[in-house]
Design a protein around this ligand. Structure first.
Ligand code: SF4
Length: 647
């Protein structure tokens, strides 16, 4: 039974203060507590937000002390890692669903009497991202310990850590997604991909996770499972580090079995395929519904061995027909890596896509390759040239194969090849899906769904999702195919493998990414109106800027308002990374300062929220809160709610 053992103990370290490092320890203790609190909350007076940046001691006359340590900009950590050019893959950051309002708290397991056995310390840097109240407690304790000594029975005691007493206090809203539990077992990987994005992580990334024995990880996850309440929509706060491969964990199947007793939601599992033997797939088939994102990368044993370091490359390659046999749908993930040559990469891409298509993959996802400056301090390849060659190949392959073929980030393909963004055009149709049986073809432009006119991709996806959820038995669609206009009828119950209604929400129609909701501009207008701004600086990324410009051109909402769209350089990751979601606070500060060197100050700076969306606390990937930007540049900064765009 999972619930009988005591809870895992979440422990955090407390650093002893360096002797004599503070000019005035008492003052510093107050400053640290204020600074730390102001990273967690805003102050208000009669309904108006008050910005504070200093404090005065009651017994000290007029002296005002700054709250924020001299300058909020962080010194750049200079780390240069030269990597031998071999090869590795990017794992798609999952977009988080929007938080739901919390229902009343459900009964939870009672706290265990303490003390409990010592466990490893958790990472306070990681907690900065997901539960910054823990680093706040840590700082308060450390600052107190710089001026006091704790004692027990009259004797001084040396404290080097603290533990969370009652885990019921640390429950947070949950989407009820089983990944909220099982992702915590994705702590290791038995591959060594030449292109692995984890090789290029900056040293100050908040997504770290202490290395622990598998049994201790299991104890933590077992406790997480006990507190996971899909019905009550509550779970323990996450401590996710960089995500590896869950099926490499020796207790992965044990956990999935226990989770299945608690939820019938699909398990969406990312795997490198090394463990996908006939027996293992048999185990997975008992845990349905499940869906695999299989990082195959290559269907050639030689290349899979070379670029992924896979010891038994045939296992993953031969797993496709076994998955089909067991009725487990899967996406094949490929990171084309342009080594030893672009030609070899493209030829291997063609063969791997054909292999996936032959074995009825639900879809194939091609992740465009990239690297950070920590991955390689020297340029490795020309991103524009390599990405364009991959996309040309994909567009040619789409004409030959049946399986939907997607490029990620899809906005790059849309920018390069489509005249217009956000159209509800079908880029692929899942075999045996209601859409395929109903006669939808790739390239069709959806004009109406169930009699309702649609004009944007998010609108089409939302309507299809709604009909899917409502189990509408038959659905009429108007589509444009070239110069023809067609009326089609979809029978939603008519489907077979690889389509699965539990994991496929758009009746088998695959679009080029999620697209941009028209409400985004209404939200932007509301931010501008609230700040009474006339000159606005909107910060974006190279991929999204053309979309913003098109949306703003087409909109009539912004008469009399000047909006400049600028792209800050991604210095944090560097290399050839161009994803806006990977920008950090310092990149935005630097980008705004550069803008101010050539332009008058805007009334308002607007930043998409997606780089601050990993936890619920609006922190960047270093754990820094977005309000630091406003403080540093001295301009009002507002976040525009946006989904991550890696779709
Ligand atoms: S399979 Fe493992 S080594 Fe390869 S990219 Fe994924 S996490 Fe990195």
């Amino acid at each position: 039974m999972m619930g009988e053992k005591p809870d895992y103990t979440f422990r955090y370290p407390v650093e002893a203060p360096a002797a004599g490092s503070r000019r005035d320890s008492l003052l510093e203790m107050i400053r640290i507590q204020l600074e730390s609190l102001l990273g967690l909350l805003s102050l208000y007076q009669r309904g108006e937000e008050v910005k504070v940046d200093g404090f005065r001691l009651m017994d000290e006359g007029e002296s005002i002390h700054p709250i924020f340590a001299s300058g909020t900009d962080k010194a750049e950590v200079k780390v240069e890692v030269k990597v031998k050019v071999e090869v590795k893959a990017e794992v798609e950051p999952k977009s988080e669903p929007q938080p739901q309002p919390c229902p009343p708290p459900q009964p939870q397991p009672q706290p265990q009497p303490w003390p409990q056995p010592a466990t490893s310390f958790q990472s306070a840097r990681n907690a900065e991202l997901y539960e910054p109240r823990i680093p706040h407690i840590q700082r308060v304790l450390e600052s107190l310990l710089s001026v006091i000594t704790l004692e027990s029975n009259g004797k001084p005691v040396k404290v080097d850590g603290f533990r969370l007493k009652d885990l019921n206090h640390w429950l947070v809203p949950s989407f009820g997604d089983p990944a909220e539990v099982f992702d915590h077992l994705a702590t290791r990987c038995d591959c060594n991909c030449s292109f692995c994005y984890l090789r290029g992580n900056p040293p100050s990334l908040a997504l770290d996770q202490p290395k622990r024995k598998s049994e201790e990880e299991w104890e933590e996850v077992r406790t997480r499972l006990n507190y996971f309440s899909p019905a009550g929509k509550r779970a323990l706060f996450p401590t996710l580090g960089s995500s590896y491969e869950i099926l490499s964990h020796p207790r992965a199947i044990d956990l999935l079995r226990e989770l299945r007793k608690k939820t019938d939601r699909p398990f969406r599992l990312s795997t490198n395929g090394n463990r996908l033997t006939r027996d293992f797939i048999g185990e997975l088939s008992l845990l349905k519904p499940d869906y695999l994102y299989l990082s195959l990368n290559s269907s050639s044993p030689r290349r899979r061995r070379e670029i992924m370091g896979a010891a038994n490359p045939e296992t993953a390659i031969h797993s496709l027909p076994l998955l089909r046999e067991q009725g487990i749908s899967f996406a094949v993930i490929i990171v084309p890596w342009p080594f030893p040559s672009k030609e070899e990469m493209l030829s291997d891409l063609r063969e791997t896509v054909a292999h996936a298509d032959r074995h009825d993959a639900h879809l194939v996802e091609v992740s465009l390759p990239g690297y950070s400056r920590y991955f390689s301090s020297e340029p490795l390849f020309d991103r524009g040239e390599v990405w364009a060659s991959i996309i040309s190949e994909i567009r040619a392959l789409r004409r030959e194969i049946q399986c939907p073929l997607l490029v990620k980030p899809s906005l790059y393909e849309e920018t390069l090849y489509e005249g217009k963004f956000n159209l509800p055009a079908v880029v692929g149709v899942v075999k045996n899906s209601p859409a395929a049986h109903g006669g939808i073809q790739k390239g069709d432009l959806i004009l109406s769904i169930g009699g309702l006119k649609v004009s944007s991709r998010p609108q089409a996806r939302d309507l299809l999702h709604l009909h899917h959820q409502n189990r509408t038995p038959s659905l009429s669609l108007s589509v444009q195919r070239g110069k023809d206009f067609l009326e089609l009828n979809l029978l939603t119950g008519r489907h077979g493998y690889p389509y699965a209604p539990e994991t496929d929400h758009h009746l088998g129609m695959i679009f080029m990414g999620a697209g941009f909701r028209p409400s985004l501009l209404e939200d932007l207008k509301a931010l501008i109106t609230n700040h009474q701004a006339r000159n606005v600086l909107l910060l974006s990324s190279p991929l999204v800027k053309p979309v913003f410009l098109q949306l703003l051109r087409e909109s009539s909402l912004f008469g009399g308002i000047q909006i400049q769209v600028e792209v800050p350089e991604n210095r944090y990751f560097g290399g050839n990374i161009c994803m806006g979601d990977l920008l950090v606070v310092q990149d935005f500060i630097d980008g705004i300062r550069e803008f101010l060197r050539k332009n008058p100050p805007p009334d308002l700076v607007v930043i998409p929220s997606s780089p601050f969306s990993l936890g619920q606390w609006r922190r960047d990937l270093e754990g820094r809160v977005f309000t630091e930007i406003e403080r540093s540049v001295g301009l009002p900064v507002a976040l525009l709610d946006c989904e991550p765009i890696y779709d």
